[in-house]
Design a binder for this molecule. Structure first.
Ligand code: ADP
Ligand code: MG
Length: 266
């Protein structure tokens, strides 16, 4: 085979082996290799590095696509200085992803608007970056899904699908009351994930003492759920005002600033 045929084969071969990113970068890296005197293994290493990075990104994108996140917000987008009740170093530890390997639940408690959902999503994105399957749902959406599955006679299948993800995020437990059947199915889900050592992130505006109300006034069910959730867990209680309201108040002040400045100048 001629040298040109081998060059064609290199590109087509990479493509047909499914290494599209390496194929796309082949010419550029070949020119760079010649110009910068790369060794053969350096050249191959650079191609593989690009291919592996593209694959990892695709797998993260797939995890994020199936995550059901309402929006994507990261830890880097969270202003820890405006929320002094949160221990930043604790989040640095959670960001290592160790909680996923240890099957440690993360429970974020606090009033509305303090960033619970934002932080739960941020931790979910970290799990996606480890290429773990994640699923996000509000407690009510989850309870309705389970109730529909029950009504349509496929509860075991839906339960299995919800037990499976490496990380399940149940948002807003306690915002709206569950009926007794929804509460018992939610408990079953929590118990099954606990038995399989799969971590769950929970956000709630209710202190643990009020979880009886969350579980349809069944305090026995509530304490059985809490028992499982708290066994291996990191609990973060967030205090303070709603971030949105604070930002609104701040922007109210800044909209006054130009007038004040103008008045001073005039
Ligand atoms: P919660 O779930 O506690 O009700 P959210 O996470 O929904 O609160 O936060 C409300 C909004 O405020 C979101 O858009 C979130 O990104 C933002 N937010 C809350 N706290 C912070 C913060 N400390 N830094 C940046 N954004 C924040
Ligand atoms: Mg929320």
């Amino acid at each position: 085979m001629s040298a040109t045929s081998y060059e064609h084969l290199a590109k087509e071969g990479l493509e047909s082996l499914g290494h599209a990113s390496a194929a796309a970068l082949l010419d550029q890296f070949a020119q760079q290799a010649a110009a910068e005197n790369w060794s053969y293994s350096h050249f191959l290493g650079r191609l593989l590095e690009a291919e592996l990075a593209a694959r990892k990104q695709r797998s993260i994108d797939t995890c994020l696509r199936f995550s059901n996140f309402p929006y994507l917000k990261r830890l880097a987008d969270f202003d820890f200085t405006s929320q002094p009740s949160i221990d930043r170093t604790l989040f640095e530890e959670l960001a290592t992803g160790r909680f996923l390997a240890e099957a440690r639940n993360v429970i974020l408690l606090g009033p509305p608007g303090v960033g619970k959902t934002h932080l739960a999503i941020a931790l979910g994105i970290i799990a996606a970056e480890f290429c773990y399957r994640i699923y996000f749902s509000s407690a009510l959406e989850l309870a309705r899904k389970l109730a529909t599955a029950f009504a349509q006679n496929h509860l075991p299948h839906t339960m299995k699908v919800l037990v499976q993800p490496k990380l399940l995020i149940i948002d807003e437990i306690g915002y709206l009351p569950l009926d007794p059947h929804q509460a018992s199915m939610l408990f079953e889900l929590i118990a099954k994930r606990y038995e399989r050592a799969l971590p769950t992130i929970i956000t709630s505006n209710k202190a643990f003492g009020q979880w009886g109300q969350v579980f349809a006034n069944d305090s026995v069910l509530a304490s059985a759920a809490l028992d499982r959730l708290l066994h291996h867990s990191t609990v973060i209680s967030i205090k303070g005002d709603s971030y949105r309201l604070r930002e609104k108040r701040k922007s109210g002040l800044t909209s006054l600033q130009p007038n004040l400045t103008q008045t001073t100048i005039n």
